[in-house]
Ligand binder design. Structure first.
Ligand SMILES: Cc1cc2nc3c(=O)[nH]c(=O)nc-3n(C[C@H](O)[C@H](O)[C@H](O)COP(=O)(O)OP(=O)(O)OC[C@H]3O[C@@H](n4cnc5c(N)ncnc54)[C@H](O)[C@@H]3O)c2cc1C
Length: 336
């Protein structure tokens, strides 16, 4: 057994098993792989926590992807995710089992759930980490997270409070190969579960997924923070329709809710290779431009003549995004 210093009374690395959308969303599997590597350095185990009604099949999947332990809590009130109910149950489990580290994906779910949980547990949380390491000497989780709009990467530690919590960007780590012979322990802990009376799910229907194929589109029009509003961003959809293309977005546009995550281009999104790409109100951050470098021709619109996006554009237009888009649409519509 390696010598290590976990916090006196805490033990193990936990990963929250978000299995909804299992086949598209691989971040839990990526976290298990990373947690295994860190657990080795801390001489400890990786536990995946799964909540739901019938979670057996997911427990098996997490075992096959490297979990040492799967902790499964099954209850009808956990069938659908409700933040209050989940936070109460998970907080009880954490207080009871005292994990040293607790990780979740920086998905819409993780971004809502983990801050609430951290607040309940009175511990720290680093959001949207891009890298994780451990300092075995002190038992610290070193949480690397972008700050100042991605200009700097900060290494954060939580020296005094446990568990050390972080959410991690999807795509940062590689999942382990599925090994159906892998063995893990499945634990069904005793925990009190009561539904949140204040919220009741009446019905749900899956959101209409974006069907177009952004990656193979011949024309892509992209909007960034500089577009300023959802209303302005909508002009891109009109332009894409006129040009027979698709719409892409930068991270801030997705975060503002102007476009869905599946339209994100760049390091943590999709890579496109259209014949023509029009990019409006985007500064040209390298994390974005890696996703568009396969484009044959790039036209950039930005009101700042010194914006870095002009360095990779074949044609640059300096001006207000909205006015240029409106003008372009007007001209195109006259031709159609
Ligand atoms: C690890 C990591 C991964 C990341 N992954 C991605 C990723 O996959 N994809 C991604 O996009 N980002 C990613 N980011 C974020 C990235 O670093 C940038 O912050 C982001 O791409 C900037 O988006 P933007 O160009 O829309 O916004 P900004 O950088 O804020 O640029 C807005 C631009 O709009 C211009 N502008 C303002 N008003 C107007 C107007 N009225 N008309 C015309 N132009 C105007 C401004 O001059 C400015 O140049 C990542 C960051 C990190 C740290």
């Amino acid at each position: 057994m390696k010598k290590t210093r976990e916090h006196e009374s805490t033990r193990g690395i936990w990963v929250f098993g978000d299995y909804r959308n299992y086949f598209q969303n691989r971040v839990t599997l990526q976290l298990i792989a990373k947690a295994k590597e860190l657990a080795e350095k801390l001489a400890t185990e990786v536990t995946v926590l799964v909540l739901g009604d019938q979670v057996h099949q997911f427990a098996m999947e997490y075992a096959a992807h490297g979990a040492d332990v799967v902790m499964a809590v099954e209850h009808p009130a956990l069938k659908t995710y409700q933040v209050e109910t989940y936070a109460r149950v998970v907080a009880r489990l954490v207080e009871q089992w005292k994990p040293h580290v607790f990780l979740a994906g920086a998905t819409a779910f993780g971004r809502e759930f983990f801050p609430r949980l951290a607040k309940r547990l009175r511990t720290g949380l680093s959001a949207d980490c891009v890298s994780l390491e451990v300092d075995p000497e002190h038992g610290w989780l070193i949480q690397t997270t972008p700050s100042f709009g991605g200009e700097l990467l900060a290494d954060v530690i939580t020296p005094d409070h446990r568990p050390q919590m972080a959410t991690v960007h999807p795509g940062m780590f590689k999942e382990r190969v599925h090994d159906k012979r892998a063995v893990s322990r499945i634990v069904y802990p005793e925990v009190q579960v009561e539904a949140d009376e204040r919220v009741q799910l009446v019905r749900s229907k899956p959101e209409q997924a974006h069907k177009g194929n952004l990656e193979d589109a011949p024309v892509v029009v992209v909007g960034g923070r500089g577009l300023g509003s959802r209303e302005n961003f909508r002009l891109l959809f009109e332009l894409a329709e006129c040009l027979g293309g698709e719409v892409g977005a930068t991270r801030p546009a997705v975060m503002a809710g102007w476009a869905k995550e599946d339209r994100l281009l760049g390091q943590t999104g999709k890579n496109v290779k259209p014949k023509l790409l029009i990019t409006v109100g985007t500064s040209g951050a390298v994390q974005y431009t890696t996703g568009i470098q396969g484009a044959e021709t790039i036209i950039a619109v930005n009101r700042d003549p010194n914006a870095p996006i002009f360095q990779i554009a074949d044609l640059g237009l300096v001006g207000e995004g909205r006015s240029i888009l409106s003008l372009l649409l007007e001209k195109l519509r006259r031709r159609l």
